[in-house]
Design a protein around this ligand. Structure first.
Ligand code: NDP
Length: 298
């Protein structure tokens, strides 16, 4: 069997168009565009590329983009002062601080200083707690993008046997919460799991976010399963690969995301959705139609 490719680029382009339409409506009602402030500290080449792509897509969808570039020597207090100014800036609806931050800065302290209502990355403990307890939240973009792609592969996610590889705060844990909110049956495995294959082989939905190239081979995938590969790994030869051995996996799975061109474009699409959503909520407007309904149901 050769798996269907889950085309993240094309799904993301459709989502971007919806955001653009609803952004135009927001502009008419509020008199300004939703604003996203992106903060980049230092000149990490990968972060530069991510921020450039985010700014380009933000502007293309008609949102206002504010870029703040600080030197690698920036002190934590200076960054916290910038976050404070952005929290108070009426034209800014979403704040994104690109990770990783230089070692002199405590990332958690900075992320926790972002106002939860402008936390479009969904990393603030208030948003994590709200997601975990089934309240309205801003949801981390990468797992949200994975959920949107996964939902297109199943009639409904209820009860789907799902395995998440990785338990980080930015991907694995919120992915688990999102799947639970959709009433999937979820197992999470990580570096202390004795036999990962025993779990991954029974996954009808497998989401892999470990940051280890070729961690999951074809023999670790359930025939006919759906595989979502979050990993982005740069090999010594410069090639970008995921965490799944794609060539083997595509012969076993029913559907699989490519790397690049799978989860990555969806992450940015969800950032735009979150910025528009945050803007609407701040203005007391109903959530836009493109905002996925995440609130847990019984
Ligand atoms: P982290 O390093 O924060 O977390 C990795 C997780 O994987 C940890 O929970 C770790 O377990 C687990 N893990 C590591 N090695 C193994 C192993 N050999 N077997 C089983 N589990 C393992 O990474 P992130 O969650 O931040 O990112 C994961 C990947 O996703 C990276 O490649 C990153 O670049 C990519 N990414 C892609 C995005 C996109 O837009 N496409 C966005 C964000 C991330 P333990 O906790 O026990 O150490």
């Amino acid at each position: 069997m050769t798996a269907q490719l889950i085309d993240g680029k094309s799904i993301a382009a459709t989502l971007d168009e919806k955001v653009a339409e609803e952004t135009a409506n927001f502009k008419k009602r509020v008199g300004r565009a939703p604003g996203l402030a992106a903060v980049l500290v230092g000149a990490d080449p990968a972060s530069e590329i991510y921020v450039r792509n985010k700014v380009r897509r933000t502007q293309k969808a008609g949102l206002e983009s504010f870029e703040h570039r600080l030197s690698a020597e920036t002190e934590e207090a200076e960054l916290l002062a910038l976050v404070d100014r952005l929290n108070k800036d009426e034209a800014v609806d979403g704040i994104l601080v690109q990770l990783p931050l230089p070692s002199q800065i405590d990332s958690a302290r900075v992320l926790n200083a972002i106002s939860p209502e402008k936390d479009v990355d969904g990393f603030h403990p208030v948003n994590a707690g709200r997601l975990a307890t089934g309240l309205q939240a801003l949801v981390p973009c990468t797992p949200l993008g994975c959920l949107i792609m996964a939902e297109r592969q199943f009639e409904k996610i209820d009860g789907v046997e799902s395995v998440v590889v990785g338990r980080s705060n930015i991907v694995g844990k919120p992915m688990v919460q999102l799947l639970i909110s959709r009433r999937a049956t979820v197992t999470v495995v990580h570096s202390a799991t004795a036999d990962i294959s025993a779990h991954t082989r029974r996954a009808d939905l497998l989401v892999v976010a470990a940051g280890r190239p070729k961690l999951i081979g074809g023999d670790q995938i359930k025939p006919g399963g759906v595989v979502i590969d979050v990993g982005i790994n740069r090999l010594d030869n410069g090639k970008i690969v995921g965490d799944v051995a794609f060539d083997e996996a595509k012969e076993v799975a029913r559907a699989i995301t490519p790397v690049p061109g799978g989860v990555g474009p969806m992450t940015i699409a969800c950032l735009l959705v979150n910025t528009l959503t945050a803007a609407c909520r701040r203005k007391g407007l109903a959530d836009p139609a493109c905002t996925p309904r995440i609130i847990a149901t019984r």
